[in-house]
Design a protein around this ligand. Structure first.
Ligand SMILES: Cc1ncc(COP(=O)(O)O)c(C=O)c1O
Length: 365
């Protein structure tokens, strides 16, 4: 196994040395007081990251998709209306999952590479009065960052709850759960948090907890049942055993939260913006061009249209094999059309861009 690859794809990115070392700390039991103190510190750190006062804020055991599935199984029941913005893979994934749960799914579509039209989304919400409405805040398949203006108010006026996917935006760009009126949100550790994949931080508003309590049917999942999970996570439920959490991953998340709060969230957002701008400037000199209009760009993940005639798969393979740098290919309909370059977490730095530029120069001749 070679651990020296610079991960500039769509995630995971390279964790810091401190995070990697913390993963190897001696494992504690999940009922151990020392471990439970760490869990409480993580809940508090995640509240700072999500910019929320929500008491129900914790990491789900599983990757980002588990956070999505956890929220949908708890907040949707058969026949419930779910309005979802689909402008890439992950809105589509949520629509697919909601259909499996028997929800009535109303998709608000947009061409890949553009944000959902807020006015159109708001009109659909007003008309359909959904129980749950969702947008992907950072769409990793296209590199789009969704503006949130007006969406929270509209969803609440229609009597619903607002959900966002902030897997790629959290800790890399503004995510303002309370200010945006978001009720439920999920993220992942392997992007701008710079932890290996394996945990999905989630946050749930008090209003959403009240809606959850009105469910007519039991949650069709044991592992993701919010009420069961809270009996351990909340601390007021006597910390009863539900499942054994991935203890060492939780050490890694704890270390990463310490690092992020030491740096300062706003400084971190700025670092991601600076790195993305530098990347675009350098890549334009090779004939790459930004795929997304400037106002809708997701700084942690830049998508670039390819120069005419570039053997993109061949060049990507050489960059990986000869220069030990991973860059991401286009996904789904974007395959062969764009590259996805992640400058996430610790990798959001000019030195990452410089290494990629040197590798490209050597490869393109
Ligand atoms: C925006 C978005 N949502 C959801 C996911 C799913 O996360 P995971 O692959 O960790 O299950 C990803 C993963 O790349 C993502 O980028």
């Amino acid at each position: 196994m070679n651990s020296n690859v610079l991960l500039l794809g769509p995630g995971p990115c390279n964790p810091s040395q401190r995070v990697l070392e913390s993963l190897g700390a001696p494992t504690l039991g999940h009922m151990d007081g020392e471990f439970l103190d760490l869990v409480e510190e993580i809940k508090s750190g995640l509240r700072s990251l999500f910019k929320t006062e929500n008491s129900v804020t914790f990491p789900i055991s599983g990757t980002g998709s588990s956070g999505m599935e956890f929220l949908l199984v708890n907040f949707l029941e058969p026949g419930d209306k779910f309005v979802v913005g689909v402008n890439g893979v992950f809105g589509g994934r949520a629509a697919n999952l909601a259909k499996r749960l028997g929800a009535e799914v109303i998709e608000v579509s947009q061409e890949w590479g553009r944000a959902i039209d807020n006015q159109e989304f708001i009109e659909v919400v007003k008309r359909e009065q959904p129980k749950l409405a969702m947008v992907v805040n950072g769409e990793t398949s296209t590199g789009v960052y969704q503006p949130m203006d007006g969406i929270g108010d509209a969803v609440h006026e229609a009597g619903g709850l607002l959900m966002i996917d902030c897997v790629t935006s959290l800790a890399g760009m503004p995510v303002e759960i309370d200010a945006w009126g978001v009720d439920v949100a999920f993220s992942g550790t392997q992007k701008c948090l710079s932890v290996p994949p394996g945990l999905s931080p989630v946050t749930i508003s008090d209003r959403a907890v009240e809606v959850f309590k009105q469910r007519k049917n039991p949650v069709p999942s044991f592992y993701f049942d919010l009420e069961q999970l809270l009996m351990y996570v909340d601390g007021t439920g006597g910390r009863s055993y539900h499942h054994t959490p991935p203890i060492n991953m939780i050490y890694g998340l704890h270390t990463s939260l310490t690092e992020i709060l030491e740096e300062g969230l706003e400084n971190r957002w700025q670092r991601h913006a600076d790195a993305a701008n530098y990347l675009i400037q350098e890549m334009e000199s090779f004939g790459f061009s930004p795929f997304v209009p400037e106002s809708e760009r997701l700084n942690p993940l830049t998508t670039l249209s390819l120069p005419e005639g570039l053997d993109e798969a061949g060049i990507r393979a050489r960059i990986r094999n000869e220069h030990m740098i991973e860059v991401g290919a286009g996904l789904g309909p974007m395959a062969g059309k764009i590259w996805r370059i992640g400058l996430m977490g610790n990798n959001a730095a000019p030195s990452s861009v410089d290494q990629l530029v040197e590798a490209l120069k050597a490869t393109l001749g």
